[in-house]
Design a protein around this ligand. Structure first.
Ligand code: M6R
Length: 620
């Protein structure tokens, strides 16, 4: 989720690009850069000046402040690392070998490793670890190979035929001053025409100072921006007439993509998170591809105990992972709050794997636990959302969740990314241990991918059911979340989410534990939120709910689509699609996130910045 801007017109490009980048900075800011079209003072020849800095846009601004740059055309980017550490070399724009073509890109190029190998084989020299750089070299080749008049938009079009994955791209070429070529597939691009030029960005927020009439580029469409106007073409190069949309959002709404808050925006991004986290993870022969495995298969095969250490929501992702690691790989797995782990004396041997889960990658307790585990001789594997974060750096191996920057304090999309990543790790361990075949791994991998559509179905169809259930919770003093197996793991997260954003007290229990104490809490109208989806323990959960019903509880059931029987005991039913039990945590957590948010809003709470909390907890 990086940010792209581009401008060509009669004003100073660097000012417009910096303003646009600043507006996009909330999306990620580990580095920023621009490519500006200038002329050589002596020869008058056109050239591209690329300036990149690690850190926020202000750093880039300071660097550019000292330059007398009058360029009127350029492109810029603010990066949230997905491939390669945050560094100057990995910052965008990326340039062709001859430095005459520069590109900025959002998205993920799935086949970048193959493309890079091919391009290097043909003599291209790469200067970064990014997937994006292949685009600069592909465009360079296509531009050089063009018969007749060269055209940067045609070269970009040709380059795109080789790319598998998602991209929003803007490219400039020193040989075509004033022109910006733009392409889009599965990554947003908006284009606008103002009084003083033509603009492109990955998000409307970067354009709204210049124009409110924008074209949202569609997949497979290309654009040529020039100071005097914009033309649009399709994949074959045929002219097309785009649809112009009038935007009347203010800056705040634009940042949230039209959603009322970041929490809802991020909940709705979860289908993409599932897809992105899985991109390029499985080879045609069924091997799983982990970002930085750091451990040989021989070392993995020796693992005889796993600890998942994490805090808060990340800890709950660990509870889900325990079921998968023990169920599939048959390795004993314990899940521990990092803050406890570091002060215990856990049994650690060289064949212990510690899996540290952290969205931010900088939670103090988790980091301290990693250091402690390493001193004691464990191998450490990190699951984090932040490339190059301390958790990533201090672990032997890493899987990056591809949630992109999460802004709401309450974790939602990063939780889904964590579960998907932990599922990959469990599959890998099971494969290495010989507990599942390549065929089974492939089948499970594809079913895991299907959860993206299943989440979308929940988002599209269950909003009303969630709202009705939320109304029932609002007057309560407290709520109980119950489930068994995966349902129990998800209940803990449901209760945390509700507490965190709505300030309503909530607890979670394994449903079978109710009769050992918590059932005493239940009096008429007490909300019990049950994960009662079809699973091996479905009947048991239903029995536990009957006990609650008999005591007057108001029952909100999360049930499997088509389960009409549940209505006999539940006052409210929210449906999720039928999925394999192993993947049920992914789908079941979505309605619980929506429910927490809805209750919070009804109770007048700020869902993005709940009181007393911080997004990143870097103190003990
Ligand atoms: O960045 P981390 O995943 O290490 O953060 C851990 C917790 O602080 C975090 O999950 C917290 O519980 C969230 N606010 C939950 O929504």
């Amino acid at each position: 989720m990086c940010g792209i801007v581009g401008y060509t017109g009669s004003d100073t490009a660097k000012d417009i690009l910096l303003t646009g980048l600043k507006r996009l900075e909330y999306r990620g800011y580990d580095s920023a850069g621009v490519a500006l079209e200038n002329r050589d003072a002596g020869t008058g020849a056109a050239r591209l000046d690329v300036v990149r800095r690690v850190g926020k846009v202000d750093g880039l601004k300071s660097e550019l402040a000292g330059r007398d740059d009058a360029a009127t055309c350029g492109i810029g980017h603010t990066r949230w690392a997905t491939h390669g550490q945050p560094s100057v070399a990995n910052a965008h724009p990326h340039v062709s070998c001859d430095g005459r073509i520069a590109v900025v890109h959002n998205g993920i190029i799935e086949n970048f490793a193959e493309l890079r190998e091919e391009l290097e084989g043909r003599g291209h020299q790469f200067r970064s670890d990014t997937d994006t750089e292949v685009i600069a070299h592909l465009v360079e080749e296509a531009y050089a190979a063009a018969e007749g008049e060269r055209d940067i938009v045609d070269a970009l079009r040709e380059a795109c035929t080789h790319i598998v994955g998602a991209y929003g791209v803007a490219a400039v070429c020193a040989d075509e001053p004033g022109v910006i070529a733009v392409a889009r597939k599965d990554s947003p691009i908006v284009i606008g025409r103002g009084e003083r030029g033509s603009y492109v960005a990955s998000d409307v927020i970067a354009l709204i100072d210049a124009t409110r009439d924008v074209v949202v580029l569609e997949d497979g469409q290309f654009a040529r921006l020039a100071p005097e106007g914009i033309t649009y073409t399709d994949e074959q190069g045929r002219a097309i007439e785009p649809t112009v949309t009038h935007v009347d959002w203010d800056v705040d709404m634009a940042e949230k993509g039209g959603y009322p808050d970041f929490m809802l925006k991020e909940i709705c991004e979860q289908p993409r998170v599932v897809r992105d986290t899985l991109v390029g993870r499985m080879s045609a022969t069924g091997e799983l591809d982990i970002d930085e495995l750091g451990l040989s298969f021989e070392e993995l095969n020796l693992i005889d105990r796993v600890y998942v250490i994490a805090c808060g929501t990340s800890y709950h992702a660990g509870l889900v992972a325990k079921n998968l690691i023990e169920g599939w790989a048959r390795i004993p797995c314990e899940v521990e709050a990092a803050s406890e782990f570091r002060y215990r004396n856990p049994i650690i041997t060289p064949s212990t794997l510690v899996v540290a889960v952290s969205q931010s990658g900088e939670t103090a307790d988790t980091l301290a636990a990693i250091r402690d585990a390493r001193i004691k001789g464990a191998k450490v594997f990190g699951i984090t959302n932040v490339v190059g974060s301390p958790v990533a750096r201090e672990s032997d191996g890493v899987i990056y969740t591809k949630a992109n920057k999460e802004i709401a304090v309450a974790s939602t999309k990063s939780f889904i990314g964590q579960i998907v990543s932990l599922t990959l790790l469990a599959l890998l361990l099971a494969q290495v241990k010989g507990k599942i075949t390549v065929r089974q791994a492939r089948m499970l991998f594809h079913e895991l991918g299907d959860t993206a559509e299943q989440i979308q179905w929940i988002l599209d169809t269950q909003a009303d059911a969630v709202r009705e259930a939320a109304e029932a919770c609002v007057p309560a003093q407290s709520a109980l979340f119950v489930g068994r197996g995966m349902g129990a793991a998800i209940s803990y997260e449901g209760a945390l989410k509700l507490k965190e954003v709505s300030y309503l007290h909530a607890e979670a229990y394994a449903a079978g534990e109710m009769k050992h104490g918590p059932i005493a809490l239940i009096d008429p109208g007490f909300p019990v939120i049950a994960v009662a989806t079809k699973s091996p323990t479905y009947d048991k959960v239903v029995s536990n709910l009957k006990e609650c019903e008999a005591r007057g509880a108001k029952i909100i059931a999360l049930a499997t689509e088509g389960d009409e029987d549940i209505k006999q005991i539940a006052d409210y039913v929210i449906y999720v699609p039928r999925v394999r039990d192993a993947f049920s945590a992914i789908t079941a957590s979505v309605p619980l996130q929506l429910l927490a948010r809805e209750v919070a809003i009804m109770r007048g709470c700020d869902v993005d910045q709940p009181r007393n909390l911080a997004k990143s907890v870097t103190v003990e």
